[in-house]
Write a protein that binds this ligand. Structure first.
Ligand SMILES: [Zn+2]
Ligand SMILES: [Zn+2]
Length: 263
């Protein structure tokens, strides 16, 4: 008797199964284990919760003004001493544990599928400020522009992908706001986290330029500046300053994770 023909599901080559789990993961985002919430398994959810908490409204640094005896709107000590050039910031949480793992995964080109999941997670945690950023119209009455922090062309070429742009694309479609790329990285900068403030300032000097021609003019507008991680805040700060020199009214910074150390 001839063997029975294989059933349909067994006919898919192994790469298909691998690709399918990559695009539609059925398990925990971090470890692939059995899901307990929409995104995580039990242990990863417990770990993930540790990175959440009250943040500085200005720079997203973990900070609880009420516990420190201040009014709820009071920015962190660092922001009171040296206010950044951007006007407000949000992050999912601090750059730790599972959130750190996810940020690292997103950086590799194969991690692009994570962008919608992480943006949706952020939107669910920060509905109020984001709704305000979305609907508050600048006097020019143009909608806010979603702007990714650009990579230097050589770095982008090496990596083949800019994770900030992947995040900005999703955010722009979720909020129904246009995405624009008015910034250009004019200088390649080294890793900034280990440098002193003076060295960072030197390295970031003239790091960003406004495109001479951009489909979305920025003057008079609000901008939501998108990046994956806010480490020292120096990069977003310099980008925000350049945008404001170009006439941007307010700059809101949106990142997935905020490193705990102040600028
Ligand atoms: Zn897990
Ligand atoms: Zn702050």
């Amino acid at each position: 008797m001839p063997p029975l023909p294989p059933v349909a599901s067994a006919m898919h080559p192994p790469w298909w199964q691998a690709a399918r789990t990559l695009v539609f993961p059925e398990g925990c985002l971090v470890c692939g284990g059995a899901l307990e919430t929409d995104l995580f398994c039990g242990p990863c959810q417990t770990e993930f919760r540790k990175c959440l908490g009250p943040q500085c409204l200005r720079c997203a640094l973990p900070w609880n003004p009420v516990a420190a005896g201040f009014s709820p709107q009071t920015p962190c000590q660092e922001c009171r001493k040296r206010p950044p050039a951007f006007d407000a910031a949000v992050a999912i949480g601090s750059y730790d544990g599972p959130l750190r793992t996810l940020c690292l995964q997103l950086k590799s080109q194969r991690g692009g599928w994570l962008a919608p999941r992480l943006i949706d997670l952020l939107l669910s945690l920060h509905q109020e400020p984001l709704e305000r950023w979305r609907t508050e119209k600048a006097p020019a009455s143009l909608p806010a522009l979603v702007v990714p922090v650009p990579l230097h062309w050589s770095r982008r070429w090496l990596r083949g992908y800019n994770q900030a742009e992947a995040l900005a694309k999703v955010l722009s479609s979720r909020l129904g706001l246009p995405m624009g790329k008015p910034l250009r990285r004019a200088r390649r900068t080294p890793k900034l986290a280990t440098l002193s403030r003076t060295e960072r300032r030197y390295q970031l000097k003239n790091a960003f330029k406004l495109q001479r021609w951009s489909r979305h003019p920025v003057a008079g507008r609000d901008v939501i500046l998108v990046d994956d991680i806010l480490t020292t805040g120096a990069t977003s700060n310099v980008a925000a300053r350049v945008l404001k020199q170009g006439g941007v009214r307010r700059v809101y910074t949106l990142v997935l994770a905020r490193a705990k150390e102040p600028r």
